[in-house]
Ligand binder design. Structure first.
Ligand code: NAD
Length: 376
């Protein structure tokens, strides 16, 4: 019997993405997979129910998806009431915030779900086409700069006008991972004068190749697996002192700094914000994990002496069409690792399958020992 893959309608407020596209459904169908999708699941990403004709079966809601699915594709983690509706032993692939909610992990285990948390995907070359953190971070970095440009009272580009010459806005991007590099590229395309900063020294060339300047604050914290490690107290103090001086001259800061499994590093203090010029803008991409700026409040814009500190949440959802296209392709590429001859066949000798698997056969394979957000 063919594998039935279910796609949920995301029920988290403000989540517009969908974990499937008609193009991906067509490819899965060709691979012998039956796709079942909840009505209106794709609407907010630009795919009405008619878009699934011939490639997926539209069912009334998530309850029908859960009842039918051997494997579920989703963006957001399931609510407790959804987990108990899943077929025992079914599979789930999506973002599961494994460090944020140990209760959810236990509920998945207790329902005997084989859950794959895409955040845990090892970041190897082979995994790149499945890497949802990268694809979604790209959209987040792009939108963050557009939000900053919108909020700023200045032009980003240099302009020579009859009323005089306008100097380009100075944009500083802190954290030059996937989101940060996309933010740098976007700010450059808008004509701003851009600087990038990261504690990993190897990103210097990547920043420069985008036409931006590397801001050298004399601190390096290269960690393992391409990620940063946490800074020591002395390193942090030195970084803060130099940064505090520097931000007095910038118009826009976009912060994207993260250390996996840890609360967001606090980089911009309230005193630094107070030292910035009126009309300056900070967009804090780390708002959801505690913020890179002390003044950030998730989902809000805070005014600190005329400086707007913006803490957007779920930026990839703002670009739901392309974010969903990339996300669905990532999940399909991952699911292909789990399907052999039209059936689910788990190969735990595959480092990507083993590394991403959170729960399987009534056990937790990856202990959610670290909390992403304190108190969560
Ligand atoms: P991330 O979201 O975990 O972190 C964002 C950035 O914040 C990182 O560049 C990090 O160095 C930086 N940072 C952390 N603490 C900081 C501090 N105190 N001050 C300034 N910056 C700080 O990272 P990400 O974007 O998901 O990935 C980081 C890197 O991992 C990528 O740039 C890439 O090199 C590597 N990567 C590899 C693959 C792959 O090979 N499959 C896929 C994705 C990413």
């Amino acid at each position: 019997m063919a594998v039935t893959l279910g796609v949920v309608r995301e029920d988290v407020p403000n989540e517009r993405r969908v974990a499937m596209t008609p193009e991906v459904a067509k490819k899965l169908k060709a691979a012998g997979v039956d796709v079942v999708i909840a009505a209106a699941a794709g609407e907010r990403a630009g795919y009405g129910d008619a878009a699934w004709a011939g490639v997926a079966t539209v069912v009334p809601g998530n309850a029908e998806v859960y009842a039918a699915a051997d494997l579920v594709f989703a963006v957001q983690p399931p609510a407790p009431e959804s987990i108990v509706q899943l077929r025992e032993g079914a599979g789930w692939i999506g973002l599961l915030a494994p460090h944020a909610d140990p209760g959810r992990v236990k509920a998945l285990r207790d329902r005997n779900i084989t859950a794959f948390a895409m955040e845990l995907l090892p970041r190897t070359t082979r995994a790149q086409a499945m890497d949802v953190l990268s694809s979604q971070a790209g959209m987040a970095g792009y939108k963050a700069v557009l939000i900053a440009a919108q909020a700023s009272p200045k032009f980003f580009p240099m302009l020579t006008t009859a009323a005089g010459t306008i100097r380009p806005a100075k944009v500083l991007v802190i954290g030059a991972g996937v989101a940060g590099l996309q933010a740098i590229a976007t700010a450059r395309r808008l004509g701003a004068q851009v600087e990038g900063f990261d504690v990993r020294p190897e990103v210097r060339e990547q920043i420069q190749s985008l036409g931006a300047k590397f801001l050298d604050l004399g601190v390096s914290a290269a960690g393992s697996g391409g990620y940063a490690r946490e800074l020591t107290a002395e390193e942090r103090a030195e970084q803060q002192r130099r940064l505090g001086e520097h931000v007095k001259g910038v118009d826009v800061i976009v912060t994207t700094a993260a250390v996996p499994g840890r609360p967001a590093p606090k980089i911009i203090t309230r005193a630094m914000v107070e030292g910035m010029r009126r009309g300056s803008v900070i967009v804090d991409l780390a708002a959801e994990t505690g913020g890179n700026c002390e003044a950030t409040r998730a989902g809000e814009t805070v005014d600190v002496g005329g400086v707007a500190v913006i803490g957007p949440v779920n930026l990839p959802s703002m670009g739901a069409a392309h974010a969903s296209d990339m996300y669905a392709k990532n999940l399909m590429n991952f699911a292909m690792l789990l399907l052999k001859d039209g059936a689910v066949a788990l190969d735990f000798d595959d480092d990507l399958v083993a590394g991403t698997c959170l729960t399987h056969a009534g056990t937790i394979r990856h202990e959610p020992t670290r909390k992403l957000v304190e108190g969560a």
